[in-house]
Design a protein around this ligand. Sequence first.
Ligand code: XMP
Length: 310
Amino acid sequence: MDWKAFIDEQIDSIRQAVGDGLAINALSGGVDSSVVTVLGHRALGDRLKTVFIDNALMREGEPEFVVQTFAEMGIPVQRVNARQEFLGALAGLTDPEEKRNAITATFYRQVFGRLVRETGAKFLLHGTILTDIEETVAGIKRQHNILAQIGIDPEQVYGYQVLEPLQTLRKDGVRQVAQFVGLPPSITQRIPFPGPALAARIVGEVTPERLATVRAATAVVEQELADTNAFQYMAVLLQDKATGIRDGRREFGDIIVVRCIDSVDAREATVVELPWPKLHRICQRVTSLPGVNRCLYDLTPKPPATVEYV
Ligand code: XMP
């Protein structure tokens, strides 16, 4: 693939589509939205407004890391506080697709609807990749960012057009483009993280307390597995509870699942054979978190499992 030609072509078509108007994009800090941010800024300069939506579902330290990384590249990112909107929309929901739909509706209709009205932007630049489209169309999962492909006309429904410069690429291709446009290794080599964020890793209701538990477990797993070079690794909070012992007393506590997979593009995945001492250490650290008394390792490849739990 001639990446330079691909990049020039995408920059050109963003310019043509937006004309002398304004565009907006949401940067999550993942490699997909990071590449779109750089392409968009090259195409439009300060006619692209980039926002980081703080949806309360992010990993520890994420908003600060993202804003700082792009500031160092000369790209200003505005942090938008939408925590209460997302938590409110998720309250009481336990069904995985209902949770995904609530996140989609809050993101596109509520938060972006408002931002688009406030800024006058008519275009939303989006980091949708080919795998997102294929899996949604195949009915495997409702990826949060798929609209037109399932018959939603964003212009009619939300009042803006969506541009998707990466929709012909898979994850490995996006990483190549990321390197080519000069994104730092802290972004290009990041493991994938889903749009619905930690909500994709909480089975059952998403509450501030349950988010705090999975966020703390995620930090442990990411620290411990950073040196594995695995494609993706994560912590998941189950809905079930289990009996355990803490400080000599019986405790009916939370169960955290650790998942670590290898994959090329997330369409299929195999489980990484982690060394026992590593698993043991993760288990010790995870079960030291408040209220967590079991830690399991997931041995299931994709298929039959998906990577995320929701
Ligand atoms: P699944 O769980 O479908 O995940 O096997 C495949 C890959 O996609 C990521 N993923 C998402 N990414 N929005 C995203 O941007 C989503 O809604 C979403 N769901 C899953 C997942 O982390 C894995 O890398």
